[in-house]
Design a protein around this ligand. Structure first.
Ligand SMILES: [Zn+2]
Length: 398
């Protein structure tokens, strides 16, 4: 595989790349569930080789092979079924609507998924929305949202240059793109002379993954892991001025707001200082490999003990973290089911390990003795639901 590895940073083009851990044989899609256990066990897999750019701090999968990927309607990554996430999305929408005075304006969302966030922005601000997504499904959209939002089942690009936008939103897309800098250059080109256009981007925070041991966030679909430096650098190199960049959602995400660079803004611009000490990031990357192996070993022990004591065990959370957890730990014999609030996932099966995804109600019959929560941010929400269901299971968080 070594000869097919990417040797340059896809953000800043540097060749100063440090190799870190390799994780082999993970499902290429964590967010595609399968209609039967048999096909789920047979799901396509790929390898992750973590590389680190010493110039901008970007972390990326040097073994990523885009030919394995194609996003289709089966791609299910909506988080809008969780109250905690909805609260976050609502407050983000309010902030953007207010800050950029988005009333009776046009908003484009690149990679709008099922359109939940764009609908929120449009219905609340009387705005017109244009949502671009290859995996868009018309039958999943409430009829009143169709009044505000036009959905386009395509990638956004030059041929849509006539679609004016006051705001371009793009959340949790850039980390899926092999050459993010080129992607941003294309967007900058489509914006052209409309230099009042604001862009809002949001991606997972690499620092959270590295520092807070969000190790289950290393997934094949994510070819890049941004930090505030590399995200800012990508936008600056693509012809934008970064207005604001920071962490959100308990440090799990980073967001960036930018405007197209103009000759005037270039003249007034002072050199941007690094926003994050790269030495700290490099230390995190070095520590990550050891920590990763230790955490995987710890969980293997815990799961072995649960199995030895015959404790019926489920995981809660059928998103990326859950699927990675199941696959890295080879859990077919130990974990019986995956619980998830999203009804569109129920009755489907986890790629690689084949557990069925069920709704919380199904736990009443199953009566698990141990529930492993895949994202600690939802712990209160989940323990509250277990209590309501009358299930006195032990609960732990990854
Ligand atoms: Zn770089």
């Amino acid at each position: 595989m070594a000869d097919s590895r990417e040797e340059k940073c896809p953000v800043c083009d540097s060749s100063d790349i440090d190799a870190s851990i390799d994780i082999s044989d993970v499902p290429i899609y964590c967010n595609v569930l399968w209609p039967s256990r048999e096909v789920a066990l047979d799901a396509a897999k790929g390898d992750i080789s973590v590389g680190y750019c010493r110039d901008c701090g970007h972390v990326f999968n040097t073994s990523f092979d885009p030919s394995l990927m194609s996003y289709t309607e089966e791609y299910e990554n909506s988080l809008h079924y969780s109250p905690t996430f909805n609260e976050y999305a609502e407050s983000l929408a309010s902030r953007l609507l207010e800050k950029y005075q988005l009333n009776n304006k046009s908003i484009i969302e690149i990679g709008c998924g099922k359109g939940d966030f764009l609908s929120m922005l449009c219905s609340r601000g009387e705005n017109r929305g244009y949502g671009f997504d290859k995996s868009f499904e018309a039958d999943r959209v409430a009829s009143d949202t169709q009044k505000h939002v036009t959905f386009i089942q395509d990638f956004y690009g030059e041929k849509y240059a006539d679609y004016d936008a006051d705001l371009i939103v793009c959340r949790h897309v850039l980390e899926h793109i092999q050459y993010p800098q080129r992607f941003l250059q294309d967007i900058r080109q489509v914006i052209g002379e409309r230099t009042d256009t604001v862009v809002y981007f949001e991606v997972p925070n690499a620092l959270y993954t590295l520092k807070d041991m969000g190790i289950w966030d290393l997934i094949y679909e994510h070819c890049g892991y941004f930090n505030v430096n590399s995200l800012s650098r990508a936008f600056e190199l693509a012809g934008f001025d970064v207005c604001e960049v920071g962490e959100s959602f308990g440090g799990q995400f980073i967001y960036l707001e930018a405007k197209p660079r103009t000759s005037e803004s270039t003249a007034n611009k002072s050199e941007t200082p690094p926003r994050l000490a790269l030495e700290d990031l490099a230390t995190c990357v070095t520590a990550f490999e050891g920590n990763y192996n230790a955490k995987v070993d710890d969980w293997r022990e815990t799961l072995d003990a649960l199995q030895k004591n015959n404790k019926s065990t489920v995981i809660w959370g059928g998103g990326s973290k859950g699927i990675t957890f199941l696959n890295v730990l080879k859990t077919e014999q130990i974990i019986s089911h995956v619980v998830d609030l999203n009804p569109h996932k129920h009755g489907l099966f986890a790629p690689g390990t084949g557990q069925e995804v069920i709704g919380p109600d199904a736990l009443k019959a199953l009566r698990p003795e141990h529930v492993i929560i895949m994202n600690g941010i939802y712990k209160d929400e989940i323990t509250g639901m277990l209590e309501e269901l009358g299930i006195a299971a032990e609960v732990s968080c990854i």
